[in-house]
Design a protein around this ligand. Structure first.
Ligand code: ADP
Length: 661
């Protein structure tokens, strides 16, 4: 079967089709998060390395400055030991030392006993610290210059450090030169401003106490720090640097920020897209299932389906329709009238109906005939309904077509059977009454015979003359006429009886015509009379003279009345003769005429009433049991009902009604 639209099947990739894009997006996000972190890490490492290098450089500078001072002291010491200069020269040489740098605060020349031989610079009223004394002792033991630990004398003069240089002459200890440096000045003098601006510098003693510092304020205090010991023999001084730079920001610039925003946007839109695709797939799947269900349903239908557009072009047919007309869907789709399945004899009907369809007025339901491709006529019942699309627009017509061949055949069969039954019932009825008919016909025939014999006698007498009597010249014409008239009447009556029986028995198609109830009764009066007389029943007719005619099949109606009257007469066989009255009444009731057959017979017992209209049900020894069944069928054929009721005066009333003509 071909439908006008199909949905392509999706590629069956399963959940795997999402794997690659999802992994890629995850990877992308991971890289996005990792990149700034990595950049920050690199920057951090770089700053730390820079700080270490800077610290090293400062340490070298400080160390170099002190080393330079040590050398100058050594040179001075050598001169002092060799020359033994006078006081003025000595002071001048000492003063020269102070020009080299502001860090030098004090210079003392001591003899071997520790007595001051010359002094210049700061006065230390408290004397040397323990560390200084240790340094002196150590310098003499090691024969090398030695530093003391830093110390302070006043709040102003703190961060001081002593350097003891032992002096020897010809291998013998001849005293010491003591230089006192101010570490704060050392820092201030030797560290350039640009370095100090970026780094806080501190000199720490053995206990991490601050002995000198150049502080710079900055947000990054404590983030990047580095410590390096100043390699001074005997002293434990550590140079600590602290960069003013803070930790690098994780989101250092707008670029990373916007990349993150873009990534978030990407993820959001991917999610939205995913959801949308999932929804679309679900809808598509549901639609496909619906389509499969619809197709299965249409294919299993026995009812033909045909859709046409507003111009009558076939847009869809189902297999049942194709079977009905013996054509494939390919031969039908797109076709416009005249259709290949239109039977030539009904062309006019199709065309007039098609004109109505074009005018937008399809007949909702009609019976017609299609011609199958092999020429067989298929009677069909067609239901048409407007085809409306999803937007409510009228786009054509949808027809469902029922093949009613079987129904028609069954109807025809039942009609034929009914007719046969009626005929046989009529024949049976006739069989029953034929003996009575023969007897009744005997009577008029005997009468005719005797009248004609009388008439012949009269004529005989005229021609031969009576023996012993004078021959009469003329026959007795009056007597002759009466005899012939009687014979004629009897012959007519016999003829009437025979004709009505003939009419009744003759097989006829049901034919409705305008008939007066009175005429129908008149037609069978002779037969009813015949039966009635046999059973000493008197017949009373109660039919209004102005009763309008009805629409009925005359012979069927006669048959109904004959059956009902025969039953009524038979029901009264056992009642006393005076009460044997059969009444036929007819009166108008609205748009119908009600006809009743009333008897005073034995009535109908409830158990009989139950099966009264069943075929072959009879309480009579000779009964066939078909009469009432046939009557009911005949009355229903006329669109009426045959009912019975008890007669209040005893007996039964059978009533049926017929439509006025
Ligand atoms: P049949 O007359 O051959 O028996 P019917 O179908 O005409 O068949 O009637 C069926 C039965 O209905 C009769 O046998 C009878 O018992 C009952 N019946 C019919 N008409 C009357 C009536 N007028 N009064 C009483 N009984 C009746």
């Amino acid at each position: 079967m071909k439908t006008s639209f199909t949905i392509p099947r999706p590629v069956r990739a399963g959940p795997w089709r999402w794997l690659v894009p999802v992994l890629l997006v995850l990877l992308f996000l991971l890289v996005l998060v990792w990149l700034p972190w990595q950049a920050r890490q690199m920057e951090s490492n770089e700053r730390q390395e820079q700080l270490i290098a800077d610290t090293l450089w400062v340490e070298q500078t400080l160390r170099f400055e002190l080393a330079r001072s040590e050398e100058a002291l050594a040179a001075l010491g050598a001169d002092l030991v060799a020359d033994g200069p006078g006081a003025a020269v000595l002071q001048a040489r000492l003063g020269q030392m102070f020009k080299n740098g502001h860090e030098l605060q004090r210079l003392v020349w001591m003899d071997t006993q520790g007595r001051v031989k010359a002094h210049r610079g700061l006065d230390l009223p408290s004397g040397p610290t323990e560390s200084s004394r240790n340094a002196e002792a150590m310098s003499r033991t090691t024969h090398a210059g030695r530093y003391s630990d830093p110390y302070g004398v006043t709040p102003l003069a703190h961060g001081l450090i002593d350097f003891y240089l032992p002096l020897y002459h010809d291998g013998a200890y001849v005293g010491s030169l003591v230089a006192t440096y101010n570490l704060q000045n050392l820092l201030d003098e030797n560290v350039p401003w640009w370095f100090a601006q970026e780094n806080a510098l501190t000199l720490l003693d053995r206990d991490d106490g601050v002995v000198a510092q150049r502080a710079a304020g900055g947000p990054g205090r404590g983030v990047y720090t580095h410590k390096r010991a100043l390699d001074l023999p005997g002293a434990s001084i550590v140079l600590a640097t602290d960069s003013v730079k803070g930790a690098p920001k994780l989101l250092p610039n707008l670029l990373v920020g916007s990349v993150i925003v873009l990534a978030l946007g990407l993820v959001t839109s991917l999610l939205a897209l995913w959801r949308h695709i999932a929804r679309t797939l679900a809808a598509e799947n549901a639609l496909r299932q619906q389509m499969a269900f619809r197709t299965a349903m249409e294919n299993s239908l026995l009812t033909g389906l045909r859709a046409r557009d507003l111009e009558g072009r076939v847009t869809y047919v189902n297999p049942a329709f194709c079977r009905m007309v013996g054509l494939s869907s390919a031969e039908l789709l797109g076709r416009k009238p005249p259709m290949p399945y239109w039977a030539p004899e009904a062309m006019a009907e199709y065309e007039s109906r098609f004109k109505k369809v074009l005018a937008g007025q399809a007949t909702p339901q009609f019976e017609t005939v299609f011609q199958r491709s092999d020429g067989v006529r298929v009677p069909v019942l067609v239901f048409e309904a407007p085809l409306v699309d999803a937007h409510g627009r009228h786009t054509g017509w949808m027809s469902s077509v029922l093949d009613i061949t079987d129904r028609k055949r069954a109807e025809e069969l039942s009609r034929q059977q009914q007719e046969k039954l009626e005929t046989s019932a009529r024949l049976a009825t006739m069989g029953e009454i034929s003996s009575m008919l023969a007897h009744e016909l005997n009577q008029p025939l005997a009468a005719i015979s005797s009248y004609t014999a009388g008439a012949l006698n009269v004529l005989e007498r005229v021609s031969t003359g009576d023996a012993g009597a004078a021959p009469s010249p003329l026959p007795d014409l009056g007597m002759l006429r009466r005899a012939l008239e009687q014979a004629n009447t009897q012959a007519r009556r016999a003829g009437q009886i025979i004709r009505s029986v003939h009419e009744f028995v003759k097989k006829r198609e049901p034919r409705r015509e305008t008939v007066a109830v009175q005429h129908v009764v008149d037609g069978i009066r002779a037969l009813i009379d015949l039966q009635a007389r046999q059973s000493y029943v008197s017949l009373v007719l109660d039919i209004a003279p102005d009763l309008p005619p009805v629409l009925a099949d005359r012979v069927l109606l006669e048959q109904v009345l004959l059956n009902l009257t025969r039953n009524a007469i038979e029901a009264m066989q056992a009642v006393e003769p005076a009460r044997r009255v059969l009444r036929i009444a007819a009166a108008q009731e609205g748009s119908r005429v009600a006809v009743s057959v009333i008897d005073n017979g034995h009535g109908i017992a409830p158990e009989v009433a139950e099966r009264l209209f069943s075929p072959f049900f009879s309480t009579k020894a000779e009964g066939m049991g078909m009469g009432l069944s046939i009557c009911r069928t005949a009355i229903e054929f006329h669109g009426g009902l045959l009912t019975h009721a008890d007669n209040p005066g005893g007996g039964t009333i059978f009533t049926f009604s017929l439509q006025l003509a």
